[in-house]
Design a protein around this ligand. Structure first.
Ligand SMILES: [Fe+2]
Ligand SMILES: [Fe+2]
Length: 263
């Protein structure tokens, strides 16, 4: 059994601070084997840097996924091609830096395979390939029995696309966990063939913002054809959204539980 803490998109300093305050204790209290988080917004909302990734590793994060915003900082090159435990979306072109999957070695407990895939619906990312077929291709390449668990971060906008993906790969991976919308959904469950699933885990970031952006800027963006550059909300309450998944095999989970806290 592998107990995974999977944390939603960590947003800027407020997000990193919340990880610092919550994760080390939660890890101990829950007997967590491995901590995985999405870091695409960890650098002031836009992308990730070597500094933000190192900082999060210092708070107990073992492995990091990334979504469509990872390309916003030049550090993506170093983070994805170097020795950092950071992966990008699997369905980006093969000639881009990095890979869409990676392993975490948990010693006696075996290896956890982590995969990130980016949704197609409403994502406006023209270089992506269709995620279902790309994922099937990967499943044919790997030997499932090499892994004690397989975790998929499905980074997408559309709830219907995400639930379809979860049901399609039910019984082929341990868990499908949604990210990207920054809004947690209440549909965590075991699917019919025992993979666990949630449409969106949520985020770690400023609660009274839109995604992470100051509300005044977003009001303007909605009401005028011109608006100031996005800036992160650094005041007010911070949301911490995560799930704890008990993985009992490469194609199944025992449980999935939501953690939603406001600091
Ligand atoms: Fe995000
Ligand atoms: Fe995203």
């Amino acid at each position: 059994m592998i107990k995974v803490l999977f944390i939603g998109d960590v947003c800027g300093k407020p997000g990193r601070e919340a990880v610092r305050k919550i994760v080390p204790d939660l890890k101990k209290k829950e007997g967590i084997d491995v901590v995985v988080t999405n870091v695409e917004n960890s650098a002031h909302g836009r992308g990730a840097t070597v500094e933000t990734v190192n900082e999060l590793m210092g708070y107990g994060v073992d492995f990091m996924t990334a979504g469509n915003h990872i390309w916003r900082r030049d550090d993506f090159n170093e983070l994805l091609s170097g020795d950092y435990p950071v992966i990008r979306g699997l369905n980006y072109p093969d000639d881009l830096p990095g890979k869409g999957f990676g392993e975490v070695d948990l010693g006696k407990k075996g290896k956890l395979l982590v995969i990130t895939i980016i949704g197609w619906a409403f994502m406006n990312e023209r270089t992506l390939t269709e995620p279902f077929r790309r994922m099937e291709q990967l499943m044919k390449q790997i030997k499932r029995d090499d892994y004690a668990g397989i975790l998929v971060d499905f980074h997408g906008e559309s709830t219907s696309e995400k639930v379809s993906f979860g049901l399609y790969f039910d019984g082929q991976v341990s868990t499908v966990l949604g990210t990207h919308t920054h809004i947690p959904t209440a549909d965590e469950r075991l699917l019919p063939k025992h993979s666990s699933y949630i449409t969106d885990v949520g985020m770690v970031g400023p609660l009274d913002s839109s995604l992470w952006v100051k509300k005044e800027i977003v009001f303007q963006q909605n009401m005028y054809p011109f608006s100031p550059r996005y800036d992160i909300e650094e005041e007010g309450p911070v949301r911490f959204d995560a799930v704890i998944v008990e993985i009992d095999g490469p194609s199944s989970s025992k449980s999935i539980k939501r953690i939603n806290k406001t600091l």
